[in-house]
Design a binder for this molecule. Structure first.
Ligand code: PLP
Length: 378
């Protein structure tokens, strides 16, 4: 046992020496510019009350699902929520998974077969890459949002081709060029897997995301929506055809071999989408704050351009980014550094998330502090 501990500690020490040791922190009382609670639903007292009220209305009390969906964990209610999600996402069928991570693993590990090819954006989330690793298909990344590079790889791809992209990228906040991507995919008979993690709730009628709002949904084979970000709750769903749903129920191990989400989570999913539908102005409120932030930092050279709630300020080098983040934290802003290797070396940054509940004075104070930190650094 001592030997085991020692081995682990050696690897932890190496991480620490590289300045990359991860530790768990408590959320702070600072102004939130870091969470994915873009629409403020996670902190909404009225959504909280609606979820508890809805839960109370169930006559059969249930604390846990007691098994996987294929065993004791399925209910008519579960399927009614899936039907509702399918309606929101304008698709034939949806299947709830326990998280976005599990949903991407489910899709990428089960659909592509041995002689197929997965092409994924180099900045795709870890769960897309992990899912592709679990598959027996060949896998290649293409340069971020670079359709020329993608086309070069499409020309050489074998078997059924899957292209895995995100509608909004989690580290840069930029969008994928969906329209052009769909056209390119169709030219090569490739199927798109679109992760809508950071667009669910934020865009589209009833929070239906980017593909629906751009009217491209019928041309995308598989869509993944997650509920732990703008929807403020937990879980995810995979949306597509009835055949896709049946296929996943049969072949997707992250769906088959896990205890289903408890009733509470499924009720929360239904209530969160109802709540957003009744408070759709939240989407405009968020856009207003994004616009105010973008306007305030327009002359800052070290930012990446994004129209989403995710903004970045690049301070190259892990130490530099950490130092700047600490200074902002001391000023009362909850802003976290994103270090390499999570992002490429030289593009270490602050990831700044904007929310409906960030006030104009808070946004002005943060952008003012960013400007002076940038001036000091250059
Ligand atoms: C693009 C993307 N996909 C999937 C996930 C995973 O979703 P979840 O947190 O629901 O597991 C994340 C979370 O960070 C993400 O950013």
């Amino acid at each position: 046992m001592d030997e085991f501990r020692k081995q682990l500690q050696v690897r932890l020490d190496t991480r620490e020496q590289e300045g990359l040791l991860r530790t768990l922190k408590y959320t702070s009382a600072r102004v939130d510019f870091t969470s994915n609670d873009y629409l403020g639903l996670a902190r909404s007292q009225s959504l909280f009350d609606q979820i508890h009220h809805a839960l109370d209305s169930f006559t059969t009390k249930s604390n846990g699902a007691t098994g996987s969906r294929l065993l004791a964990g399925n209910t008519e209610y579960y399927e009614s929520v899936e039907a509702k999600l399918a309606d929101i996402f304008k698709v034939e069928a949806s299947l709830i998974l326990n998280s976005g991570y599990a949903a991407n693993l489910a899709v990428l590990s089960s659909l592509p077969q041995r002689n197929d090819t997965i092409l994924y954006d180099e900045l795709a989330h870890a769960c897309i890459k992990d899912g592709a690793r679990l598959s027996l298909a060949k896998r290649f990344s293409f340069r971020h949002n670079d359709l020329e590079d993608l086309e070069a790889k499409l020309k050489r791809a074998e078997g059924t081709i899957y292209i895995a992209v995100e509608s909004v990228y989690s580290m840069d906040g930029d969008q994928c060029p969906l329209q052009a991507l769909v056209t390119l995919a169709e030219k090569y008979n490739a199927f798109i897997i679109l992760d809508e993690a950071h667009s669910t709730g934020v865009y589209g009628e009833r929070g239906s995301g980017l593909a629906v709002s751009e009217n491209l949904h019928n041309r995308i084979a598989v869509r993944v929506y997650t509920f732990g970000k703008a929807m403020g709750i937990h879980g995810a769903c995979i949306a597509g055809s009835k055949e896709l749903r049946n296929y996943l129920i049969n072949f997707a191990r992250p769906f088959i071999y896990t205890t289903a989400l408890p009733l509470h989570s499924v009720v929360a999913i239904e209530c969160a989408f109802n709540y957003l539908q009744e408070n759709i102005y939240l989407q405009q409120q968020l856009q207003k704050n994004i616009h105010a932030y973008r306007h305030a930092v327009q002359y800052l050279p070290n930012k990446t351009v994004s129209h989403s709630s995710i903004q970045t300020a690049i301070f190259p080098g892990n130490d530099h980014s950490k130092k700047v983040a600490t200074e902002l934290q001391q000023k009362g802003f909850d802003v976290r550094p994103i270090l390499s290797p999570t992002v490429p070396k030289g593009s270490e940054r602050l990831r700044i998330c904007l929310h409906t509940f960030n006030t104009q004075p808070e946004i002005e104070a943060l952008t003012g502090a960013l400007k002076s930190l940038h001036a000091l650094a250059h």
